[in-house]
Design a protein around this ligand. Structure first.
Ligand code: KG4
Ligand code: ZN
Length: 376
């Protein structure tokens, strides 16, 4: 079951070929350096860069996945690929458009069904992706439950929880089964990644700020500055909020100027610590309410070692299995995770035939717990 998948939801032009949950290729052309001086993603620049690069990225993904016996990369698409998958949202409207139109063009040209995927569902399932070299008899196996045709995964119990921590989202999602989700906590202002990016920018560093703060924080003391823990005592509202912490950080930096290397490190450590404590507290609240046995962790911020360490400590305490993407490349935006989510949709029969392609449109504010309009 091979899928060619495309994601242009933000600042990475991405294409991949997957076979079930196995990654045959995962190609990415990052625009981070283009946007670095803006401290965030500049939409019209992103669109132009996607347009320039999408053809090359798709071809490279096909080429990498092709066996030597095939003479051109498009031969793989023609003869071996079962479907084309594309992210339709959430994301930047004009960036999403580029991937969607490429996917439609290829679906028509090579007469393939299309699978539309929610970007967050991709992050959610990124921990299930497996490397190409994985032996076929690995423990993780997907099979259909015959009675109600629900997909089940060996060693995984539903409901499960998913934490998608990225530049645009801080979503805690209850996964009732594959395809059935409920967002139980999300952000009311900035996402965690966005907050880390802004804090790094306040300290005078570039984009993306999350990895920069992570590195700085290693040499800092979390107790050096008294920054507030967001929404302390109000965790029952199940809302994430970073605006208060951000404002406190801004005021603190102004007071501490001129900054030194050690001050940068201490400020980064203190900010990261409070930002993560907020996640830990809401996560524990959710665990007391929903008796889950599995946690999926995904999104760019899930690459952070300190966050992983903290979540590992909590999941251990509650006897929960923590699923983390096998490579950091699967935490940040990529198309292989879209291929994995698409595979589950394929198994559920959620394919769109060529006569339905005109119904498909970008959905910049798509929610993972709502079906797309053309799926109703
Ligand atoms: O998932 P992603 O690539 O894009 C979105 O869908 O938003 O996430 C990007 C975010 C950025 O805010 C970036 O600063 C953050 O993920 N990020 C990290 C790390 N690597 C990327 N944050 C903390 N620690 C990291 N190691
Ligand atoms: Zn993302």
């Amino acid at each position: 079951m091979k899928i060619l998948s495309i994601d242009t939801s933000c600042d990475e032009t991405a294409a991949a070929v997957t076979d079930g949950v196995k990654i045959l290729s995962n190609v990415l052309w990052s625009q981070a350096s283009l946007h670095a001086s803006y401290g965030g993603v500049y939409p019209s620049l992103a669109k132009r860069a996607h347009e320039e690069r999408i053809g090359w990225v798709v071809e490279k993904a096909l080429k990498t996945a092709s066996p030597k016996s095939l003479s051109t990369s498009y031969q793989l698409l023609d003869t071996k690929i079962d479907a084309i998958a594309v992210t339709v949202g959430p994301g930047l409207a004009i960036a999403l458009e580029v991937g969607i139109s490429k996917a439609k063009e290829l679906a028509r040209k090579f007469n393939k069904p299309l699978i539309t995927v929610n970007h967050i569902e991709g992050h959610l399932f990124s921990p299930l992706a497996k490397p190409r070299t994985e032996r076929s008899n690995f423990k993780f196996e997907i099979y259909k439950q015959f009675k109600n045709s629900k997909l089940k995964i060996q060693n995984l119990k539903f409901p499960a929880l998913s934490l998608v921590a990225s530049g645009k989202h801080t979503d805690l999602i209850l996964v009732n089964s594959i395809g059935k989700y409920k967002i139980i906590a999300s952000t009311i202002d900035d996402a965690i990644g966005e907050a880390l990016d802004k804090a790094a920018r306040m300290l005078g560093f570039g984009y993306p700020g999350g990895p920069i703060l992570e590195k700085l924080a290693k040499d800092g003391d979390v107790n050096s500055y008294p920054l507030p823990i967001p929404m302390i005592g109000q965790e029952g509202r199940m809302e994430f909020s970073y605006s208060g912490l951000k404002t406190a950080m801004y005021k603190l930096i102004e007071k501490e100027k001129p900054l030194t290397r050690q001050k940068d490190a201490d400020l980064a450590a203190a900010f990261q610590d409070k930002a993560f404590i907020h996640i830990e507290r809401i996560f524990e609240k959710a665990l007391r309410k929903y008796k889950v046995k599995d946690l999926f962790l995904g999104g760019g911020v899930s690459a952070n070692i300190e966050l992983r360490k903290r979540l590992r400590r909590i999941t251990k305490k509650y006897g929960i299995k923590l699923w983390i993407p096998y490579s950091k490349k699967l935490c940040t935006d990529n198309a292989a995770m879209i291929g994995v989510a698409a595979y589950f949709k394929y198994e559920r029969g959620e394919l769109l035939t060529l006569d339905k392609l005109d119904l498909i449109d970008r959905l910049p504010r798509a929610k993972v717990d709502k079906p797309f309009p053309w799926e109703n």
